[in-house]
Write a protein that binds this ligand. Structure first.
Ligand code: SF4
Length: 623
């Protein structure tokens, strides 16, 4: 079938074996690629109830039918697994250049199972895989690891069209529940702990190299479509804003709306917003736009700190979400310090959204006398120190099957009891040990479940649902926990497409966004092209790439098939109706403004949403 390779690669790290298997057209027509195919494989291949850190948990890399084509926004890959952060469905996406290297290996999906006996780098090519001992790079930060593996394999262009690597940092090796997989130095598959799953398999890096390309149903149509989009896109005000300011433009927009999570979710407006917004970044640092392959939006910021103690520090970022997490939740009032904390997370391989949330939560725990630890709002050095402790906990969790191996997983034994927590369980004396296990664990440990902000174990990004109520529906129902990307409904609410306060009828528009973006993830397309590819354009892309026809209704049916299979996975893995609720503290009024989302308002939207999906009132599938 055009647009697909029609084959998947299955790798067993335990046995150092692999197989190449066909995928039927029937499956591809039903689920497309990317999220659709990977979710189908996850349901089929994962043993029900498997521990996320068990060798049997599949780690699936997928590209989509548009990857490698001229379609703008097409250079992305997805990682799919069972999350060690939520115990449920995990998906995470990243851009850069590496997605085309993954795709050039000629597989619709690459499924990695098992656990290597020693630290390993996996080489993937169109004919199969090779296994390389990687003891010498185990322990390296993500940047050094990426350099080291590409040095070993050679860089793109030397003998193959595309070559690139994905890596984990120390956090992934130590099974920190929110460890990321990184590529192109600064691009991260950042949410739900995919890096910890890779670490549990003792897999430090995967290098992809190949020369394959997908066959397109109508290559001329793809090329004409892309030309048209770029010509029209040049004058698109949204495109111009992304290029000139990147996602940092959201600081002002969200703060003006009163939805900028501040002081660990207690306020919605940040007093020092002008010190951490787009202007602050662009005036105080040297910044140039940077793009993934096949992108004219160029939302990335290549930033170099100009002055102060971090002068010379260079990275791609910070993104809006990192600014909100450290600048809002932790009250860091300097853009340079946020760049610094961003850099630490990148090197250690940790998700900045969860990291900032956990630091804010720790500050509250210290202020409330729940822990004896010196940290406070605005203290960048204490936060930096905490991040390092989290990534290198003395008693990291053990991967299943890792006991007794050659790895120094335990430095002092498991389960030491201590008086660090007052009133909680007090299992661990080291704060890194507690936080490395994620917010749910820390909240129980410190007896602070009442204020912990997460859904299904995943902390929300930077849009307060007490103001943007549709985001509340998004956080409650997203497959992977509190996620802004499933429907990106902040866009609809902040742009005035629908009143942020309205409840009646909101689920209908929400689902329209969700369906379209589910197809984005099946193709796999960048979210920021959502205004450029409404339904008509999406239809054109799918037809020209795969030959599949269908009006909006037919496409929505495909999206729903994907949503259903993911829900089936989550229900099978133990998701309960009460998991699809907001945390208690988000039903309390925001300080200063008094904004609130009530449980009744959320219930109303949930009921509508489930009904539109064809699920029962508890969100269960009918069969
Ligand atoms: S808009 Fe940003 S994330 Fe999306 S493809 Fe372009 S540079 Fe990459």
């Amino acid at each position: 079938m055009d647009g697909f390779y029609g084959r998947i690669l299955k790798v067993d790290l335990s046995e150092e074996k692999y197989s190449i298997e066909p995928v039927s057209d029937e499956i591809l027509k039903k689920y497309l690629g990317g999220k659709g195919l990977a979710s189908y494989l996850l349901v089929e291949l994962n043993p029900p109830g498997v521990d996320p850190l068990d060798p049997a948990n599949s780690l699936i890399f997928a590209t989509g039918p548009v990857t490698g084509s001229a379609i703008w926004g097409s250079c992305r890959y997805g990682v799919f697994t069972k999350s060690p952060q939520t115990g449920l469905y995990s998906e995470s996406y990243a851009g850069g250049k590496v997605p085309e290297a993954i795709d050039s290996c000629g597989f619709d999906a690459i499924v990695i199972q098992g656990q290597s006996a020693i630290p390993t780098v996996l080489g993937v090519n169109p004919e199969g895989v090779d296994f390389h001992a990687a003891g010498d790079i185990w322990g390296m930060d993500t940047f050094k690891a990426e350099d080291a593996v590409l040095e070993r394999f050679g860089r793109s262009g030397e003998s193959v069209r595309r070559r690139g690597a994905v890596v984990i940092g120390p956090a992934g090796e130590n099974l920190v529940r929110f460890a990321v997989i990184e590529n192109d130095y600064w691009r991260s598959a950042g949410r739900t702990g995919v890096g910890a799953v890779m670490g549990s398999k003792h897999l430090k890096a995967v290098v992809f190299q190949g020369n394959r390309k997908r066959s397109l149903y109508d290559a001329n149509a793809v090329s004409a479509f892309s030309k048209k989009v770029s010509l029209e896109g040049k004058d698109n005000p949204g495109a111009k804003a992304y290029k000139s300011m990147g996602t940092t433009m959201m600081v002002k927009i969200v703060n003006d709306a009163g939805a900028f999570p501040t002081r660990y979710w207690s306020e919605g407006k940040c007093e020092h917003w002008e010190k951490i917004n787009a202007e602050a970044l662009h005036e105080r640092c040297q910044v140039t736009p940077r793009a993934c392959l096949k992108c004219f939006l160029a939302c990335g910021r290549m930033t170099t700190v100009q002055k102060g103690r971090h002068a010379g520090l260079k990275l791609e970022g910070p993104e809006y979400e990192t600014i909100y997490a450290f600048g809002g939740l932790c009250l860091i009032d300097s853009i340079e310090e946020i760049v610094y904390l961003n850099d630490i997370c990148d090197r250690l391989g940790m998700d900045t959204i969860t990291a900032g949330n956990l630091c804010g939560f720790t500050i509250e725990a210290a202020r409330r006398g729940k822990i004896d630890y010196k940290i406070d709002y605005g203290d960048a050095d204490a936060i930096a120190e905490l991040l390092k402790k989290i990534a290198n906990p003395p008693n990291p969790p053990l991967p299943k099957g890792g006991e007794g191996g050659i790895f120094p997983f335990t430095k002092g034994g498991q389960g030491r009891f201590s008086p660090l927590a007052k009133g909680g369980r007090g299992d661990f004396e080291d704060i890194g040990d507690v936080l490395a296990r994620g917010i749910k664990f820390a909240a129980r440990e410190w007896d602070l479940e009442d204020i912990a902000v997460h859904v299904k174990g995943l902390e929300p990004p930077g849009y307060d649902p007490r103001v943007l109520k549709g985001m509340g529906l998004g956080y409650a129902t997203s497959d992977r926990g509190a996620c802004h990307l499933r429907a990106t409904f902040y866009k609809a609410e902040l742009s005035g497409m629908i009143d942020a306060d309205v409840i009646e009828g909101k689920a209908k528009l929400f689902l329209d966004f969700e369906d379209r973006l589910t197809l984005f993830d099946a193709l796999i397309l960048c979210r920021f092209y959502r205004d450029i590819y409404p339904w008509e354009q999406l239809k054109e892309i799918i037809h020209s790439v795969t030959g599949l026809d269908g009006d909006q209704k037919a496409l929505q049916k495909k999206a729903r098939a994907i949503s259903d299979i993911v829900r089936r996975f989550n229900l099978r893995e133990g998701m309960k109706p009460e998991d699809e609720r907001l945390p208690k503290s988000l039903h309390r009024k925001l300080e200063k403004t008094g904004d609130i989302i009530t449980e009744q308002e959320l219930d109303h939207m949930l009921k509508d949403y489930y009904s539109l999906h064809g699920w029962d009132e508890q969100g269960q599938l009918s069969s």
